[in-house]
Design a protein around this ligand. Sequence first.
Ligand SMILES: [Zn+2]
Length: 308
Amino acid sequence: MISRILPLLFLLVASSGAHAFELLTEPVSDDAYALVGEIGPRTYENHALNNTLGFVVTPDGVVLISAGASPSGARLIEAAVARVTRQPIRWVINVGAQDHHWLGNSYFAAHGAEVIALARTVATQHDHADNHLERLHRVLKDRAADVRPAYASRVLDSDHATLQLGGRTFELIWPGDGHFPGDAILWLPAEKLVFTGDLVFHDRMLGIHPFSPVADWQKSFHVMAALGPEHVVPGHGHPGDLAKARRDTGDYLDWLIKNVGQALADWKELEETVEMLADAPQFKHLKFYDSWHRRNIHQTYLQLEAAQ
Ligand SMILES: [Zn+2]
């Protein structure tokens, strides 16, 4: 009898385990890793970890880039880091103001980490906190019960701050606004590695919101590219090189500004412009092309028209 039950139990355990969401750990350069979350939307199952985070292991502890959207997500991040190193997470750097970059701060702060961010990033976090909390409660339900906004304990009143953490040099840079105003990038000059936050989307189409100043975003991308990174860990998608960042984000921003700008110069109407530009085969490899491309043309048109 037991011999019949055991395989069944094993199957049940194996199948329940198969559905648990895990971040994918991808080595990037010496002691630096990307933690790749869901490429798709936020869900209860993925703990709203539909973004890419990163970490760097130093002899004095781990530097974590982005904190996830909740304490439950933070525990998954902590578990992923623990599979690579026994070092504790000692510093958390917030490179953005969107929920999944910072609403897990409270968990890491309670476990002894210092949370670091630029003042500009913190200001935008304050602006969007209520809205993001409300949305998170709808998605995460009981898992959102303990989400509390916890802001950086070390706020840097600078647009280009150099940090020495665990014997390594990190530069926290505001390259100009992007997906959210005040978003930052983290540059490791010795490794030529950049954690871009939501400045760069890989593998999926970026989304331009009314609060995402697209002309600034385009310029900010070029500021990042001018650093000459060899490794790019994006805010969404798998890590890659600068050529990939250009293909999936920079070229698209350039294309939008150029083509929507030309349509406006030609006095095309909004609807006409969206129809005219709806087919852009060079970006169809990006996930969510169908749901985001037209919206992005629409939003770019409104922003460029308002700036005229
Ligand atoms: Zn994001």
